[in-house]
Design a protein around this ligand. Sequence first.
Ligand code: FE2
Length: 273
Amino acid sequence: MYSKEKKKQHSIKKGFWGHRSLSIFISFLGGAFILSLFSIIQKTVVDEGGLILDPRSYIMPVSYGGVTGIIFGLWYIRLKENEAELLEAYSSTLEGWAKAVEMRDKNTQNHTNRVVALTEELVRSMKIKETDLAHIKRGAMLHDIGKIDIPDSILNKPGELTEEERVIMEEHPARASDMLMNIRFLHPALPIPYYHHERWDGSGYPDALIGKEIPLEARIFAVIDVWDALTNDRPYRKAWTKNDALLYIKEKAGTFFDPYVVKAFSAHIRSTF
Ligand SMILES: [Fe+2]
């Protein structure tokens, strides 16, 4: 197990240095090319045409240009590495928040990891823009973050909720929005935490939006959230079979769920049976 992990780390490191060497080489070529081009223009303008074909006259431009290119290349690589490290730190923090909710909610162990993975698969199969995917994944990860503010007596109540308790439970999307609103980096991820309990026919919450008023990512996630809840054991019932769960989701197309999303989901999930 350990040597497998070591091998993996080694191959990542090898790939990293291979990528770095290639970037440095390209930077050298870019810098050398630009300065050589300036050199040719200079020779043409000051009428030294004879030197254009003399390779020795390019030693300085290639050297200076190449070195300058490498310096800029290294600076750019470092910038990208910092950006990647920062994103990694953000992701780990969000995972920690999601984990904190799961640790409190005894009903939904590992639910977050599964729904994030399935959301990514479905979004890819629907050919949604790659740039939107990162925000959608963050939204899926934080979909129930508002539950962190729901009392244990309600969150982990074994029986049915009273009307008053249900009202408090249904505040979790709004509480998620309150929590995340001041984090600008997470604004594009907010539609899932805030709208994932809306329904296509307007019977959902918190805003009772209808049809395409509900953001697409929230319409997608609503299907996945219910699918995962149905196909996994809960303290109060056994998991449904995949066929039964899919049948239920199809029955609810046009009432709870967007029919277009259900069609895409059905095609995708069938390929995984
Ligand atoms: Fe929720």
